[in-house]
Design a protein around this ligand. Structure first.
Ligand code: ZN
Length: 149
Protein backbone atom coordinates (compact mmCIF):
# COMPACT_ATOMS: atom_id res chain seq x y z
CA UNK A 1 0.00 0.00 0.00
CA UNK A 2 1.21 3.48 -0.86
CA UNK A 3 1.88 5.49 2.30
CA UNK A 4 2.41 9.19 2.77
CA UNK A 5 4.42 10.15 5.82
CA UNK A 6 3.91 13.39 7.72
CA UNK A 7 6.63 15.48 9.38
CA UNK A 8 6.87 13.06 12.32
CA UNK A 9 7.33 10.11 10.00
CA UNK A 10 3.90 8.74 10.80
CA UNK A 11 1.44 7.63 8.18
CA UNK A 12 -0.58 10.60 6.99
CA UNK A 13 -3.81 10.39 8.96
CA UNK A 14 -5.78 12.73 6.76
CA UNK A 15 -9.03 10.80 6.39
CA UNK A 16 -11.79 12.19 4.26
CA UNK A 17 -14.43 9.61 5.13
CA UNK A 18 -13.91 8.70 8.76
CA UNK A 19 -16.28 5.94 9.94
CA UNK A 20 -18.77 6.97 12.61
CA UNK A 21 -19.08 3.52 14.22
CA UNK A 22 -18.95 -0.20 13.52
CA UNK A 23 -22.24 -0.79 11.74
CA UNK A 24 -22.04 -4.56 11.97
CA UNK A 25 -19.77 -7.57 12.23
CA UNK A 26 -20.43 -10.26 9.63
CA UNK A 27 -20.15 -13.81 10.96
CA UNK A 28 -20.20 -16.81 8.62
CA UNK A 29 -22.19 -19.77 9.92
CA UNK A 30 -23.15 -23.14 8.49
CA UNK A 31 -26.76 -22.79 9.55
CA UNK A 32 -28.79 -19.85 10.89
CA UNK A 33 -31.17 -22.26 12.56
CA UNK A 34 -28.35 -23.89 14.52
CA UNK A 35 -26.57 -20.61 15.33
CA UNK A 36 -29.41 -18.32 16.39
CA UNK A 37 -30.07 -20.17 19.70
CA UNK A 38 -26.52 -19.39 20.90
CA UNK A 39 -27.02 -15.65 20.36
CA UNK A 40 -30.51 -15.68 21.85
CA UNK A 41 -30.20 -18.14 24.71
CA UNK A 42 -26.60 -17.66 25.80
CA UNK A 43 -25.96 -13.99 24.94
CA UNK A 44 -29.57 -12.92 25.49
CA UNK A 45 -29.81 -11.04 22.18
CA UNK A 46 -32.88 -11.00 19.99
CA UNK A 47 -32.92 -11.89 16.31
CA UNK A 48 -35.01 -9.04 14.88
CA UNK A 49 -34.74 -9.81 11.16
CA UNK A 50 -33.95 -12.60 8.74
CA UNK A 51 -33.35 -11.58 5.17
CA UNK A 52 -32.11 -13.26 2.02
CA UNK A 53 -29.65 -11.26 -0.10
CA UNK A 54 -29.79 -13.11 -3.43
CA UNK A 55 -27.03 -11.01 -4.96
CA UNK A 56 -24.59 -12.30 -2.31
CA UNK A 57 -26.05 -15.82 -2.12
CA UNK A 58 -26.73 -15.59 1.61
CA UNK A 59 -29.45 -15.64 4.19
CA UNK A 60 -28.76 -13.20 7.01
CA UNK A 61 -29.96 -12.94 10.62
CA UNK A 62 -29.56 -9.69 12.55
CA UNK A 63 -29.01 -8.91 16.23
CA UNK A 64 -28.42 -5.53 17.86
CA UNK A 65 -25.74 -4.94 20.47
CA UNK A 66 -25.98 -1.25 21.31
CA UNK A 67 -25.35 0.68 18.11
CA UNK A 68 -23.63 -2.26 16.46
CA UNK A 69 -25.27 -5.24 14.81
CA UNK A 70 -24.20 -8.81 14.36
CA UNK A 71 -24.98 -10.18 10.92
CA UNK A 72 -24.99 -13.97 10.73
CA UNK A 73 -24.45 -15.19 7.19
CA UNK A 74 -25.56 -18.59 5.94
CA UNK A 75 -24.68 -19.48 2.38
CA UNK A 76 -27.47 -20.42 -0.02
CA UNK A 77 -24.98 -21.64 -2.64
CA UNK A 78 -21.67 -23.52 -2.08
CA UNK A 79 -20.16 -21.45 -4.92
CA UNK A 80 -21.11 -18.14 -3.27
CA UNK A 81 -18.62 -16.07 -1.25
CA UNK A 82 -19.81 -17.35 2.15
CA UNK A 83 -20.05 -20.95 0.90
CA UNK A 84 -16.43 -20.79 -0.22
CA UNK A 85 -15.33 -19.03 2.98
CA UNK A 86 -16.91 -21.69 5.24
CA UNK A 87 -15.50 -24.54 3.12
CA UNK A 88 -11.99 -23.08 3.38
CA UNK A 89 -11.88 -21.57 6.87
CA UNK A 90 -14.91 -22.88 8.71
CA UNK A 91 -17.36 -20.75 10.67
CA UNK A 92 -16.20 -17.45 12.15
CA UNK A 93 -15.82 -13.71 11.69
CA UNK A 94 -16.08 -12.90 8.00
CA UNK A 95 -15.99 -9.10 7.81
CA UNK A 96 -16.19 -5.83 9.73
CA UNK A 97 -18.51 -3.12 8.41
CA UNK A 98 -17.92 0.55 9.14
CA UNK A 99 -20.71 3.11 8.89
CA UNK A 100 -19.66 6.04 6.69
CA UNK A 101 -21.56 9.02 5.37
CA UNK A 102 -21.17 8.09 1.72
CA UNK A 103 -19.98 4.66 0.52
CA UNK A 104 -18.91 5.87 -2.91
CA UNK A 105 -16.78 8.66 -1.48
CA UNK A 106 -15.25 6.30 1.10
CA UNK A 107 -14.36 3.77 -1.64
CA UNK A 108 -12.80 6.47 -3.82
CA UNK A 109 -10.88 7.83 -0.84
CA UNK A 110 -9.52 4.35 0.01
CA UNK A 111 -8.55 3.71 -3.60
CA UNK A 112 -6.68 7.02 -3.75
CA UNK A 113 -4.69 5.83 -0.73
CA UNK A 114 -3.64 2.73 -2.64
CA UNK A 115 -6.18 0.22 -1.30
CA UNK A 116 -7.40 -2.50 -3.62
CA UNK A 117 -11.20 -2.51 -3.90
CA UNK A 118 -13.64 -5.35 -4.40
CA UNK A 119 -16.40 -2.86 -5.24
CA UNK A 120 -15.57 0.28 -7.20
CA UNK A 121 -18.99 1.70 -6.39
CA UNK A 122 -21.60 0.90 -3.74
CA UNK A 123 -24.29 -1.73 -4.29
CA UNK A 124 -27.45 -2.71 -2.43
CA UNK A 125 -26.89 -4.79 0.72
CA UNK A 126 -29.14 -6.12 3.48
CA UNK A 127 -31.45 -3.70 5.32
CA UNK A 128 -31.54 -1.31 2.36
CA UNK A 129 -27.98 -0.12 2.98
CA UNK A 130 -25.56 0.89 0.28
CA UNK A 131 -22.42 -1.24 0.70
CA UNK A 132 -18.94 -1.68 -0.75
CA UNK A 133 -16.00 -3.95 0.13
CA UNK A 134 -12.25 -3.37 0.32
CA UNK A 135 -9.94 -6.24 -0.55
CA UNK A 136 -8.50 -8.07 2.50
CA UNK A 137 -5.04 -8.09 0.87
CA UNK A 138 -5.04 -4.30 1.32
CA UNK A 139 -6.63 -4.21 4.78
CA UNK A 140 -4.28 -6.28 6.95
CA UNK A 141 -6.30 -9.44 6.43
CA UNK A 142 -9.70 -8.15 7.54
CA UNK A 143 -12.36 -8.07 4.87
CA UNK A 144 -13.69 -4.53 5.31
CA UNK A 145 -17.08 -3.20 4.32
CA UNK A 146 -18.31 0.37 4.17
CA UNK A 147 -22.01 1.05 4.45
CA UNK A 148 -24.26 4.06 4.36
CA UNK A 149 -27.99 4.71 4.23
ZN1 ZN B 1 -21.91 -6.92 5.98
Amino acid sequence: MRRKNNALGRINKQIVMKPTHIEHIGIAVKSLEESIPYYEEVLGLECYAIEEVKDQKVKTAFFKVGQTKLELLESTDPEGPIGKFVAKKGEGIHHVAFAVEDVNKALTDAEEKGVRLIDKVGRPGAEGLNIGFLHPKSTCGVLTEFCSK
